[in-house]
Design a protein around this ligand. Sequence first.
Ligand SMILES: [Zn+2]
Length: 293
Amino acid sequence: MNAYLSQVSAAKMWDHLNALTAVGSRDPRHPGHAKAVAYIKEQLGAIPGVKLESHRTSYQGIALENIFAIVDPRGFDAPKDGWILIAAHYDSISNRSPGWDPSRDAAPGADDNATGTAALLEYARILGAPDAMRLPTRIVLGFFDGEELFYKGSAAYVQSLPRPYPYRAAINIDMVGFNPIADRLDLLWHTGASAALRDRVVAVNQRYAIGVSPLNAQAAPDGSTIMDGTPFGLAGIPSVSLCQRYGENDAAFPGNSTFHTVNDTPDKLTNPRLWLKAAKLTLATALELAAAP
Ligand SMILES: [Zn+2]
C-alpha cells in the first residue's frame, strides 16, 4: 500500500490545479468549462490503462457532463458489480461574489474543487500505469459536473445506474487544501448505510499513518448536504465525503472564506500538506476496499 501512496505527487497535483484554474471558470455556463473538460479528457486519454466515458445530463437548460475514468485490470467486460467509486466535482462557482455573472466572470475554484479533481487525475495516472496492482475490482474515477447546482450531475448519474447498483462504495473528495490551523478533515457519512465505510476510513487513516488529525466524523442523514456523496448515500450505496470543513465556521477550524468567490485562487491553498494527506487517505481507502471484494 505504501508503495502506492508514495506515488501520489504533490507537484503533479499542483500542475493540474494550476491548469484547471487557468481556464478562468469551470461553471457550466462559462466558456472555460469546455476548456476544463478538454484538459481532463486529454490527461486521462494519455493513460493506457484507463477507459474514458462521459455521462451527459442537463439542469434548467444547462448542459452538464460527468467524466469517468475506469480502471479494471480484469478487462472492461468484467462483472458489473462490486465497483468502487472515487468522486470529485470539477465544476466551480462564484455566486458569493456580488454581481457575479456565471457566463462571463471568474470562478477559479482552486480549493473548491480543483484540489479534489487534481487528486483524481493523479489516481488515474497511478492506477492506469502498466505496472499497476492487478485489483480484483473495478475502480471508477468520477469527475462530476453540476455539484454547485445542487449536485445535479452526480444525482442524474445515480438515477441512470442499473439496479441493483454496481457500486459497493463511493468516496468523495471536495475542498481539501485550505485549513491553516490543523490537518483536519471532516468525514461526512451519508445515511446509515455508510457507517461501516466511515469506520474503514478512520481505520485506514490509522493503519497507514496518514496523519489526518482530527478526522471528524459527521452524520449526514438526509439530502441537505450539498456534496456528491449525498445522492449515493440516499440511494443506499455506502458513501462518504472528505472535506476540510463542512457547515458553519467555528473558531478552532475556520472555513475557506474565499469559497464560491472569484478569490478562490491557488494562493489560498494554505495547507498543501493536508491536501496530500486527503489524497492519500482517499486512495488508500479505495485500494483497501478494492483488494478485498
Ligand atoms: Zn465543492
